[in-house]
Design a protein around this ligand. Structure first.
Ligand code: SF4
Length: 371
């Protein structure tokens, strides 16, 4: 009998209360008039998938910005059409958009993981990056979430923010660790063109921390979180044992997922697809808005498996690579791996290929070998 494959589902909710200054995600402020039609389109796009749904991730945008009745409707639609086996169901929420009623509705709809966007506990920094909330608003959201019974919470923080010092980071980490969340993600700020922050930086109105300070922050953050009982399991992600994000782990292990909504990506049958990022095109015909980005050859898949797998701190299992592709990565990538070992960027032990500490700082150089 054929075993059903496991699949992840990603749902993109592109609405936000206002646009953060650093944001170049596909997200829209002041487009509330589209919400109802968007949900209708999403529901029409959701299909019966040929597999068992093991994770559902609702990201954005700010999924918590819209009425929680829509979140319930989307999850009901997925359940109606698919075989769900106790999936991890995550929703991204932002402080300033959450109420007790919304949280209760999420719980009732089966959401079992919250990811709260905080970025920093320093209100001055939050204001400078255009976040709509303060640290105190976050605290209310966090406490409300615990009160409503959420036992798996991620908090998002950022490094390299405008005028952020190590002391700011230290303070943020202390505050968050004392709340005891199950998961913490810490991403470095990437300055993207076409953002308000980019304009502010190029016109010298705001200064970002230099690369060296940013790396110091990274190592301070890594050491502090590890000493506080968090497992560093991916370059930017830390979790208490057993609370690693299943949805993201599946992506890093090149498992299949389907994305619904504007700009959502999918990976099915060796093919990477994406939906249009034009919301009006999407609303007019969601099913037709999907384009193929890449049909992978075996060689493409193998390289991508290396690239994604090296994001994980435990790296790539040589045994799993052999099982999946029927060949040994040590022979297949002999030259590339030798070069990276010589530069002390990766280490190879009995079954694993993984980044060294130096490799964590220069991961881009490692990935270039597998592009
Ligand atoms: S809340 Fe998130 S998606 Fe929305 S503008 Fe801010 S960073 Fe972008």
């Amino acid at each position: 009998m054929n075993e059903k494959k496991e699949l992840g589902i990603y749902i993109h909710i592109p609405f936000c209360k206002s646009k953060c200054y650093y944001c170049d995600f596909v997200s829209f402020a002041n487009k509330d008039e589209f919400v109802e039609r968007y949900i209708k389109s999403l529901k029409s796009e959701i299909q019966k998938e040929d597999g068992i749904i093991s994770t559902i991730y609702m990201g954005g945008g700010t999924p918590s910005y819209i009425d929680s009745k829509y979140i319930k409707e989307i999850l009901e639609e997925i359940k109606k059409k698919n075989n769900l086996q106790n999936p991890e169901i995550t929703i991204e929420v932002n402080p300033g958009t959450i109420t007790e009623k919304k949280l209760k509705d999420y719980k009732e709809a089966g959401v079992n993981r919250l990811s709260i966007g905080l970025q920093s506990c320093n209100n001055r920094i939050l204001e400078q990056i255009g976040r709509i909330h303060t640290y105190e608003t976050f605290l209310e959201t966090y406490k409300l979430a615990r009160m409503c019974g959420f036992e798996n919470i991620n908090v998002d923080l950022m490094l390299g923010l405008p005028n952020q010092t190590i002391q700011d980071l230290k303070d943020s980490l202390e505050k968050i660790i004392s709340l005891n969340p199950e998961h913490i993600s810490v991403y470095s700020l990437i300055l993207e063109e076409n953002t308000k922050l980019y304009e502010l930086v190029v016109s010298n109105k705001i200064k970002l921390s230099d690369e060296e300070t940013e790396r110091d922050m990274y190592w301070y953050m890594k050491n502090t979180l590890e000493l506080s009982g968090f497992i560093h399991y991916e370059i930017s992600n830390f979790a208490k044992k057993g609370y690693e994000s299943k949805h993201n782990m599946n992506c890093w292990e090149q498992k299949e997922y389907v994305g619904y909504g504007v700009a959502a990506h999918s990976y099915i049958n060796k093919t990477r697809y994406s939906n249009t990022s034009n919301i009006e095109k999407y609303l007019n015909n969601p099913e037709e808005s999907r384009i193929i980005n890449e049909i992978q050859t075996d060689e493409d898949m193998q390289k991508e498996y290396m690239l994604l797998g090296l994001r994980k701190i435990e790296g790539i299992s040589i045994g799993s690579f052999k099982k999946k592709f029927g060949c040994n990565p040590l022979y297949l990538y002999k030259e590339e791996l030798n070069k990276l070992v010589e530069k002390d960027l990766i280490v190879i032990d009995s079954d694993n290929i993984r980044l060294t500490n130096k490799g964590l700082d220069f991961a881009n150089i490692v990935w270039q070998e597998f592009v």
